[in-house]
Design a protein around this ligand. Structure first.
Ligand SMILES: [Fe+2]
Length: 261
């Protein structure tokens, strides 16, 4: 019997069994075929991350004021958003660059090849695959609100797992206090920072701060503040050894964010 990765009440309530079984199988196969024990650990970790995104998606949907959300579709997108991660992380890396796998495109492709009658459950396959395709790109300028929604739910789940993000950056030996002026510029313009620009730990902290500005929905911004993200980022920056002036500069930016939320 396959190990159940997705025993969860929200999954049980909202995800049709055929879809849940499909993803269970993908996770189980990649867990089994992982390159080493850290690869299988990462497969398991990403299955847990999936459940956290489902949880945050559910919280956001409860707090949204605007009408007309297809809740089943939204939760399905949370559940499937990292489908392409599982074949990737068995290589023991979360990095699209290092593995040469664009996990979002791969996930969208896997879902579009999955033969399932989406219309039968009142879901729109094109909307689902588009949302998944764009869930982790630097920015999304389209109109699909499920794409905006999954980007927010995913960020909240990552914030919740701050320790794991830190560990990943340490494993990848990204360290140091140096900051490319372009990184400050983009953060202060409230624009997303390209992952390729992140070469030091200080730049990584500023990149995460820019995620805050790129949250789409007010309900998600509020959750990020409730989680104490501005405090966490400032502490991280201080502990990293950045100068007082730099810490003050980030503090100002984060205060502005708090006021805007
Ligand atoms: Fe992802």
């Amino acid at each position: 019997m396959n190990k159940k990765f997705f025993e969860n009440p929200i999954v049980k309530k909202w995800i049709p069994e055929e879809i849940a079984e499909w993803l269970e199988k993908i996770v189980a196969e990649n867990f089994r075929d992982a390159d080493n024990k850290w690869g299988s650990w990462k497969v398991k970790y990403k299955a847990r991350h999936t459940l956290k995104v489902v949880k945050w998606g559910n919280i956001l949907l409860k707090n949204f004021k605007e009408a007309g959300w297809n809740k089943k579709q939204a939760i399905i997108i949370c559940f499937l958003h990292d489908t392409g991660r599982f074949p990737q992380v068995k290589q023991n890396s979360y990095s699209d660059i290092d593995t040469g796998i664009d996990h979002a495109s791969l996930g969208a492709k896997m879902i579009s090849e999955f033969s399932f009658d989406w219309e039968n459950i009142w879901c729109n396959k094109a909307e689902i695959t588009e949302a998944i395709m764009w869930h982790s790109r630097k920015e999304y300028l389209g109109k699909n609100r499920y794409a905006k929604f999954i980007r927010d739910a995913d960020k909240l789940a990552c914030f919740e797992d701050w320790k794991e993000m830190e560990k990943d950056i340490e494993d990848r030996k990204i360290e140091g206090t140096g900051i490319n002026p372009l990184v400050w510029m983009r953060l202060e313009a409230k624009e997303p920072i390209d992952n390729n620009l992140v070469a030091t730990r200080a730049e990584w902290v500023l990149n995460i701060a820019s995620w805050l500005w790129n949250i789409n929905y007010k309900a998600a911004r509020k959750e990020a503040i409730k989680m104490g993200m501005s405090k966490i980022l400032l502490e991280e920056f201080k502990n990293n050894g950045n100068t007082k002036g730099e810490v003050e500069r980030l503090k100002k930016n984060l205060e502005e964010f708090r006021k805007s939320a």
